[in-house]
Ligand binder design. Sequence first.
Ligand code: HEC
Ligand code: HEC
Ligand code: HEC
Ligand code: HEC
Ligand code: HEC
Length: 467
Amino acid sequence: MTVRSGERTWRPSLTTTLASAGVLAVAAACSTTERPEEASPVMLTREELMDPQTCAGCHPDHVREWSGSMHAYAGVDPVFLALNKRMQRETNGANGTFCVNCHAPLAVRQGLTTDGLNLDRLDPKLLGVTCYFCHNSEFHGGGLHNNPLVTLDDGVMRGGFHDPVPSTPHGAGYSMFTDHVHDASAFMCGACHDIVNPVGAHIERTFVEWRQSHVALEKRQNCGFCHMPARTGLAAQGKGVLVRQVHDHSMPGVDLAVTPFPEMESQRASVQKILDDSLSSRLCVTTDPATGLVRVEVTLLNETVGHAFPSGSAQDRRAWVELEAYRGGAVAFESGHIPEGRAVAEAGDPAMLLLRDRHFDAEDHETHLFWKTARIESTQVPVNRSSREPESSRARSHVYTFPGPLPERVSMRVKIRPIDVDLIAELVSSGDIDPAVAARIPTLTLARTEVSWTGGDPCAVSPTKSP
Ligand code: HEC
Ligand code: HEC
Ligand code: HEC
Ligand code: HEC
Ligand code: HEC
């Protein structure tokens, strides 16, 4: 069975919310000829299709890559489980499926959870962002955040191919929502990668950041262009399959599993790779003629990120500049040296360049509990809205000053932690998480941002690619 889906339900949205952003290309008018039913294989049932393990026999690479991804981790992530538990307790269940609707969407759509507190008792195949969910859901409107995607439950696995081979043992066919070349696919990803909390604060904005960027508007690079790179290979093991463009499903970003999980080493390598070239830096060292102070100006530029940096869970991310200046072989000034296991916020380093979102509740107290957030202060590195804008529109700059004379060498690099230990400590103190998690949080260094200034030119810049 070959189906085509999407266009019919998509078109109305095109003229409403989407057209105004100028992002969406008109859905390609493709041939609608149906392949005649040929020697039909035994078809997989809906129950079988909901289980990622079913796919492993024929799509081993897809299953391996996905199994180490944060999409697979989403329903078992201990930080998620702890925060959801705490939210349900503190709000008397008032926010129901808010969290679990993105972290285990199939369980919600099957009516098997109303609060995400029973996930450990559900069939594991329903947890996380699963194959079935992405390959069987469409965006039918309903707002551009908090996962309004509609799961069709028709047993058809939709992908980017118009011509799945006749031996395919499940319904298959093209959908623009799973074609990374089509802008509609970004609305599928963006449905979850954009969160408005119950108070109305826009806490995760990856989709909207991307949608307003030159990457979306001019280069037309949808999420999958960067997050699902293509390679030539077989999409499936099976009779008569064709050599195709297949797409990586490990979807690295920043985050890594903090409990034993499949593919941990390769996931870490993929995250390191996507981070290494994401930013570049410029380091300018001068003496301020007015004050005689040494002036070190750091500029971080967004190079390969299709949205702001950090994006998404920027309230939990900590990205910062570690910098030191040497004079006579000794450290004359330093900033951002955070020992492992110590929270960035506790470093007492007001000079530090820190990239993150800070959240404040209705009483304007800073909070880690993002369902309470009423106001956000952000220090992300932005993404250019237009290629005609000056460099500064994709930059974040920061000046450090200290007494002279000029140092002989200044070195810097950007570090990132997916979550900081103060959030874990807060969840440990409320009894919601295992204290051992704190020790497993990694601190990563972005290779291309490592720059040293040693005199001569006032400025040193990143190499054109990470070493
Ligand atoms: C017994 C083998 C087999 C199993 C099991 C299987 N598939 Fe497939 N699948 C295929 C074949 C064969 C194709 C077609 C490949 C081609 O045309 O090159 C295919 C194609 C696809 C496509 C592309 C459809 C398109 O038109 O773009 C998707 C998506 C897909 N499968 C998802 C899944 C998922 C998810 C599972 C597990 C729930 C699964 N498959 C289980 C054999 C299988
Ligand atoms: C059903 C909701 C949903 C959809 C649809 C979805 N995601 Fe995600 N995504 C998540 C959740 C939830 C996480 C994080 C889970 C966690 O860490 O506990 C995540 C994590 C990620 C990460 C890793 C982030 C990090 O910091 O490591 C990337 C990259 C990503 N998604 C990209 C995509 C792309 C690209 C698409 C579209 C092809 C997509 N997502 C579709 C919910 C979704
Ligand atoms: C031009 C390439 C590009 C495009 C397009 C792009 N991204 Fe990314 N994305 C990156 C890079 C590079 C990183 C790693 C740096 C970072 O964390 O921001 C990243 C990181 C992420 C992260 C982790 C962010 C964090 O700090 O926690 C998520 C989630 C994500 N992307 C989702 C998306 C989604 C959803 C879309 C489409 C709406 C998208 N990306 C479009 C390049 C891209
Ligand atoms: C976050 C959403 C998401 C999840 C989860 C997901 N996929 Fe996909 N998958 C996609 C997208 C998007 C494409 C199409 C890429 C394109 O053609 O541009 C795709 C393509 C495919 C294809 C066609 C071949 C290719 O690589 O383009 C197969 C087969 C497939 N996925 C199988 C799976 C299996 C099996 C799982 C679970 C183990 C899975 N997918 C999980 C989004 C997802
Ligand atoms: C609209 C979909 C959506 C909703 C609602 C949602 N999440 Fe997520 N969650 C995501 C996505 C997407 C990511 C990955 C973002 C990134 O990597 O930048 C994520 C990441 C996470 C992470 C891992 C990264 C981090 O921040 O440490 C945790 C934990 C988490 N979410 C917990 C929750 C809890 C608890 C709730 C409810 C209070 C919730 N989420 C509601 C989509 C959602």
